[in-house]
Write a protein that binds this ligand. Structure first.
Ligand code: FES
Length: 105
């Protein structure tokens, strides 16, 4: 299974296998990643699943669409150029090794 690493300031990274097709918000919840509450369940209406994609991976995860871009204005920590809402990123084999930073929110 492909792996994802979540980097959290002041803590050890969390590394987990993630099933292909699973959203990275759900994967974060399954692995007790802090600061990703996913309050809306992934329907793109809460912005509580904010992550910053490592620069080396942002071309593979792609850019947010218009609705996600609007929601990124509602994050607790200011959005950065490679910010995404992790409920909108779905695991693929190509994302094996993906590194995400979790803003301290
Ligand atoms: Fe609500 Fe991602 S879980 S916008």
């Amino acid at each position: 299974m492909p792996k994802v690493t979540w980097m959290i300031e002041g803590r050890d990274p969390i590394v987990a296998d993630v099933a292909v097709g699973q959203s990275l918000m759900e994967a974060a919840q399954d692995n007790d990643v802090p600061n990703i509450s996913g309050d809306c369940g992934g329907c793109l209406s809460c912005a509580t699943c904010h992550v910053v994609v490592d620069d080396a991976w942002s071309s593979k995860t792609g850019a947010p669409d218009g609705v996600e871009t609007s929601m990124l204005e509602c994050t607790e920590s200011p959005a950065e150029p490679s910010s995404r809402l992790s409920c909108q990123i779905f695991m693929t084999d190509d994302l094996d090794g993906l590194v995400l930073r979790v803003p301290g929110e």
